[in-house]
Design a protein around this ligand. Structure first.
Ligand SMILES: [Zn+2]
Length: 199
């Protein structure tokens, strides 16, 4: 479920639609949380879908560490990529605003964190755009993403959290807020890492 102070807006013919803030959203706000209405498809289920459904999944879903396609039921599925994303996750099923987001600003995440199966060119306007999103971006950028997301994580108790009750692992998050050693790193989302036990 995506934060209530967001809406879908048309960006341009090239990018299509995107998710925008309707009010200022402070750093540390949980901007999206996996909820019970989001659909999960394991690889066998995906293989059994008709081509039009596979194409829709490829466009609108992301892949979790277990290799499942996750299809968000609301406008969270329209989050666009940025190489300078303002939202990132840690090793939990939610995304955080990693800096203050202004009203009217587009919310973006880094598709490199979402286990893309193939590389694709990047069209974002970030000054440090890396020109392409790669399946193994995690290996190069995981530590940097983790540092940024951790900073925002410890602001969770300080800012309004309308999605707090949607979270399934609230006790675990509270434990990590009290003990920084318990914070789950973003690397937990890396499908390759789960397969190899690297993290
Ligand atoms: Zn880019």
């Amino acid at each position: 479920m995506v934060h209530p102070d967001t809406e879908l807006r048309f960006v341009n013919d090239n990018i299509g639609w995107g998710v925008f803030a309707t009010r200022p959203i402070p750093k540390g706000t949980i901007i999206w949380a996996l909820d019970t209405l989001d659909q999960k498809f394991n690889p066998e289920q995906v293989a059994g879908l008709p081509p039009y459904a596979q194409a829709a999944l490829e466009k609108y879903s992301y892949i979790d560490a277990r290799g499942r396609h996750i299809l968000c039921w609301d406008h969270a599925r329209f989050f666009n990529h940025s190489c300078n994303a303002n939202c990132l996750s840690l090793g939990y099923d939610f995304e955080l605003a990693i800096r203050d987001i202004a009203a009217g600003e587009e919310l973006t995440d880094d598709y490199g964190t979402l286990n893309p199966l193939v590389a694709f060119p990047c069209l974002c306007d970030a000054p440090d755009c890396r020109q392409a999103v790669q399946p193994d971006d995690f290996a190069r950028l995981g530590d940097r993403w983790n540092t940024r997301a951790r900073e925002a994580f410890f602001l969770i108790p300080s800012v309004p959290q309308p999605l707090w009750n949607v979270l399934s692992d609230r006790a675990d998050i509270e434990g990590a807020l009290a003990d920084p050693n318990r914070v789950r790193p973003i690397h937990g989302h890396y499908r390759h890492a789960l397969a190899t036990g690297a993290f």
